[in-house]
Design a protein around this ligand. Structure first.
Ligand code: NDP
Length: 237
């Protein structure tokens, strides 16, 4: 298990699901972990007392609050930008404000958070953005706007890797496939359809995604940058 003792770590969107698994993984590795949340105060407080991580309520859609929260953590070693939402449905009837809020959280926030983190980050730091295999493949109707947000992450990661490489800072996206969480329950109505697209026909567990993040953030990840690390059971194959 990689050792994160003395690492200053921030997970954006850490109260539930994949983000909570990140908080647990980095805290169990000895890191000084803080995480943000928006709506799930009880879950955040329970996770904070379970792991010793610090929880702060920050809506990623509030750009100024987000930037202040990232700056407030000082010289980070690792930032995991996980907060994301999913709006699916017929593009002809979906609410335009809901789509724009998703774009705020899934695209604008990762960009501003990554740049602000880099402003203060220690050399050889790690910026990890949780994208999605849907950035590569959207094999059913109703996901165009979500796929748009996750494809945007890909371009950002490639560009920022070049911007910060001279300081040894790596910038990568982890692209999960179906992963058991409130957003996408393993026993949800879409599960069988999604498993039909996969070589390994099950949802991933959030801790499997967190372990990949730990590898990228650890000492063996120093030469991994500008990449999309897909962990999807073959969904995109
Ligand atoms: P969940 O809905 O289970 O959890 C989302 C987390 O993000 C919660 O902690 C939530 O906090 C936080 N969050 C959401 N909106 C905001 C916001 N505006 N500000 C701050 N925090 C916010 O989702 P998952 O764990 O499944 O997803 C995590 C990431 O992984 C997302 O980026 C998602 O797109 C991506 N992903 C998920 C897949 C899946 O199958 N589950 C597949 C591919 C990618 P709170 O509840 O406190 O608001």
């Amino acid at each position: 298990m990689s050792n994160f003792t003395s690492s200053n770590i921030l997970v954006l969107g850490g109260s539930r699901g994949i983000g909570a698994a990140m908080v647990r993984r980095f805290a169990s590795g000895g890191g000084k972990v803080a995480f943000t949340y928006a709506g799930s105060r009880e879950a955040a407080e329970a996770l904070a007392s379970e792991t010793g991580a610090a929880a702060e309520r920050v809506d990623s859609a509030d750009r100024d609050a987000l930037i202040a929260a990232v700056a407030g953590r000082g010289a980070l070693d690792i930032i995991v930008i996980n907060a994301g939402t999913l709006v699916m449905g017929d593009p002809l009837t979906l609410d335009a404000d809901d789509i724009d809020r998703m774009i705020d959280i899934n695209v604008r926030a990762p960009y501003h958070a990554a740049v602000e983190a880099a402003r203060h980050m220690n050399d050889n730091g790690r910026i990890i953005v949780i994208g999605s295999v849907n950035g590569d493949r959207m094999p059913f109707a109703g996901g165009a706007a979500y796929a748009l947000t996750k494809s945007a992450v890909q371009g950002m990661v490639r560009g920022l890797a070049r911007d910060f490489g001279d300081r040894g800072i790596t910038v990568n996206s982890i692209q999960p496939g179906p992963t058991d969480s409130d957003m996408n329950p393993a026993d949800g109505p879409m599960a069988d359809t999604m498993h039909g697209f996969m070589a390994i026909k099950r949802h991933a567990r959030a801790d499997e995604i967190a372990e990949l993040a730990a590898y990228i953030a650890g000492p063996h990840g120093a030469m991994i940058t500008g990449t999309m690390q897909t962990i999807d059971g073959g969904f995109g194959a």
